[in-house]
Write a protein that binds this ligand. Structure first.
Ligand SMILES: *Cc1c(COP(=O)(O)O)cnc(C)c1O
Length: 365
């Protein structure tokens, strides 16, 4: 071990770095391709709201000033929208930072965190980074959360339970009856963190009302983000909704200027752009239906989804063949699913290019 390595905090030394989706420029350079499409990071293919772009343009003139650390304008707007008090919101540099704030606020080294698996790759990273113990509960065979097993995995050392609804990378969601029964039976003295990064895409009519639980269960936090449906992934802004008491403690752990001015201005503007939101949801819904149908016709198994991506079983090694055709999807081998890929819904012409590539490769489930 080198001198530096010996000095590193063991929690950090043992971490495997997060693997982001491959950037398009890198792929084009490597393979000498004219063009490529990236359907790998669940970004909004429509782009950002033009109103958000305008707000950023205006805001750029004032970046000599620190941001408003309280996100006053956005806070007021969101609280009204959600029917909650303003002090029930905490903002972060992406929902990723909210995840980190949860573990920073509640976890001491050795504390356990129960989470589904496969699920969002950042959960084990933030928990291990804080010296916590990761307790992964495998999904059921149908890729749903095994909520019974998750409840049974809770011990005296459990501080936090993560639920990812809808789940990334599998796409399915938990319905209201199942969710409510789980929360009802959960011990009071664990923090329930419900990650709803894809909330706005969910099409099932019985999607749980997690925010309604906040009044009954103070140790609950709901996470949402502007990255996915509002197309602001590059600006980094997300938030947590909790009881005022819980959010107050997270505020102590938060850096004062964690959300930048441009991100806040863009989020405020994008929230009001109903035309952009309508188009985003329409492109997504039509894309899901198209991919499910076309891949199904090729004999490829596609999981039902309440998100902006689909999990598809295209077979081992097809990921690399798609790359050579300039199509970037997300391989799932790191999640224990070597024959699956996660495909983000693109614009119609992007979805068509993916289907054509699969057809040309002779992929058939
Ligand atoms: C994308 C994502 C996040 C984080 O989004 P941010 O860009 O950090 O706001 C959190 N949870 C899940 C499940 C996600 O897919």
């Amino acid at each position: 071990m080198s001198t530096v390595e010996r000095l590193v905090n063991p929690h950090i030394r043992d971490l495997a770095p997060y693997q982001p989706g491959k950037p398009m420029e890198e792929l084009e350079r490597e393979l000498g391709l004219d063009s490529s499409i990236k359907l790998a990071s669940n970004e909004n293919p429509v782009g950002p709201s033009p109103k958000a772009v305008e707000a950023v343009r205006k805001g750029i003139e004032e970046v000599n000033r620190y941001p408003d650390g309280a996100c006053f304008e956005l806070r007021a707007k969101l609280a009204t929208r959600l029917g909650i008090e303003e002090d029930q919101l905490v903002f972060g540099c992406g929902a990723d930072e909210i995840l980190e704030l949860i573990v920073k606020t509640f976890l001491a080294p050795g504390d356990e965190v129960v989470m589904p698996w496969p699920s969002f790759a950042m959960y084990p990273i933030v928990v291990k980074g804080m010296g916590g113990k990761v307790v992964q509960v495998p999904l059921r065979d149908d890729f749903g959360h095994d909520l019974d097993a998750m409840r049974e995995a809770i011990t005296d050392r459990t501080k936090v339970v993560f639920v990812c609804n809808p789940n990334n990378p599998t796409g399915g969601s938990i319905g209201k009856a199942e969710f409510d029964a789980f929360v009802e039976a959960l011990p009071d003295d664990v923090v329930l963190a419900v990650d709803e990064a894809y909330f706005e895409f969910a099409r099932r009519s019985d999607f749980p009302d997690s925010v309604a639980w906040l009044a009954k269960r103070p140790a609950t936090l709901v996470l949402r983000t502007f990255s996915k449906y509002l197309g602001l992934a590059g600006l980094r802004i997300g938030y947590g909704i909790g009881s005022a008491e819980l959010v107050g403690f997270m505020e102590r752990a938060r850096h004062p200027f964690n959300v930048n001015r441009l991100a806040e201005a863009a989020a405020v503007a994008a929230m009001d752009d109903e035309e952009h939101i309508r188009r985003t949801l329409q492109v997504n819904a039509e894309g899901i239906d198209y991919l499910t149908r076309e891949l199904g016709e090729l004999g490829i198994q596609v999981e039902p989804t309440d998100t902006n991506f689909v999990l598809a079983k295209i077979g081992a090694n097809v990921f690399d063949d798609l790359l050579k055709k300039g199509v970037i999807v997300r391989p799932m081998a790191g999640f224990g699913l070597p024959e699956h890929v996660r495909i983000t819904v693109g614009l119609p012409e992007e979805n068509e290019r993916l289907v054509k590539a699969l057809r040309d490769l002779g992929v058939s489930g």
